[in-house]
Design a protein around this ligand. Sequence first.
Ligand code: AMP
Length: 171
Amino acid sequence: MDDLKNIIRDIPDFPKKGIIFKDVTTLLADAKSYQRMIDLLAHRYIGEKIDQIVGIEARGFILGAALAYKLGTGITLVRKSGKLPYKTHRVTYDLEYGSDVLEIHEDAFKSGDRVIIADDLLATGGTMAAVIQLLDRAGAELVECAFLAELEFLNGRSKLPDGKVFSLLKF
Ligand code: AMP
């Protein structure tokens, strides 16, 4: 797994001073690494009954779409405010400064659909916790939150349901 960890690039002081940004574009651009990441994640769920993958805008789409293709499921998009064209459920969540809104189509799921949510990185967990609220409202059953990587020192897991968080890489 060190090969995948090492190909992720650290950008100090982005987007602001004191943050070390984990730049996954270097991993995504490398054919072998991208394929390995998706194969490893997909392997975890092969044989399980999964109805939908949910991808979080924007990097979650890149993981989620490949994972859905591999598992033979559809993909549902969680997007920033005002991007989805049909009726939506909306959730407002706190950021370090201010707040943001995420949306999902109201008719995204059949009741009880078993769903995996995909995103690139678990930091404080605020984003994923908000998406789980959207899933609850839309009537889906969460199987697991799947991340490429997790910043363990931020303890984002504590905001998410016990036993329903998986990350391939830990920093
Ligand atoms: P959070 O809600 O704090 O768990 O943040 C999660 C979202 O913000 C993810 O979608 C990440 O893409 C992005 N993010 C937060 N912190 C970082 C970081 N240090 N490096 C790269 N992306 C980050």
